[in-house]
Design a protein around this ligand. Structure first.
Ligand code: VGL
Ligand code: ZN
Length: 209
């Protein structure tokens, strides 16, 4: 069945940035392959929001900040934090959106991860699960009720965003073919299980007319 997005539907395009694409600092395998599918979705929605991972130099999620191994994990005040290669540093080319991404009709860009001590995977809450980005209020004030998430990476920022959308009272969908995974230490399987348990619905680009 194919449905046409209404004025209550919003597409949230997560972190389609150079550092998550081929040759980027935190390359997601096949990341750039989703750009045509994401652009096609953008063309179908009246309301489009982008997120942009946006870290200051020396961010607390960078392995280099802790002289630790990339993709290892440490305990921080808000729980376990995976340590990443330096990526999406504010103002660098790696933090730019993929050059082919059609950002023109976007109504809002949510930047996240800009506080040095707290990472932010979700478009709604920072990783402390408390600090809000403002997206919930924005969507509520604009009467948007259904959130459709695509982008990079499905096992981190996409999953956290879709799960938090449910938590914030929205109906939440992940457009699976318009996502790719980092898949470190079983993260993809874990994220999928969490999404299903929370009530996130899996969708495909073909579901949208
Ligand atoms: C992301 C790890 C670190 C993502 C961002 O966009 O999924 N993953 N920062
Ligand atoms: Zn990041």
């Amino acid at each position: 069945m194919s449905t046409k997005p209404s004025d209550k539907d919003v597409l949230v395009v997560v972190d389609v940035q150079n550092d998550f694409c081929g040759g980027g600092a935190l390359e997601v395998r096949g990341g750039e392959e989703i750009v045509p599918a994401v652009n096609a979705l953008i063309g179908k929605f009246d309301h489009v929001v982008f997120t942009q991972d946006w870290h200051p130099p020396g961010h607390g999620s960078f392995a280099s900040t802790h002289n630790a191994q990339m993709f290892s994990a440490i305990n921080v005040s808000y729980g376990i934090q995976t340590l990443w290669p330096n990526h999406c540093v504010q103002g660098t080319p790696g933090s730019d959106f993929h050059p082919d991404l059609k950002t023109t009709t976007g109504e809002l860009i949510i930047r996240k991860g800009f506080r040095k001590e707290v990472d932010s995977y979700s478009a709604f809450f920072e990783n402390d699960q408390l600090t809000q980005t403002g997206l919930k209020g924005y969507l509520n004030e604009r009467g948007l009720e259904r959130v459709h998430v695509c982008g990079l990476a499905i096992d981190f920022c996409v999953a956290f965003s879709a799960i938090d959308a449910v938590r914030c009272g929205f109906e939440s969908f992940v457009v699976e073919d318009a996502c790719r995974a980092i898949d470190v230490d079983g993260s993809l399987e874990h994220a999928k299980a969490m999404m299903l348990k929370t009530g996130v619905k899996m969708a495909a680009s073909a579901d949208y007319a």
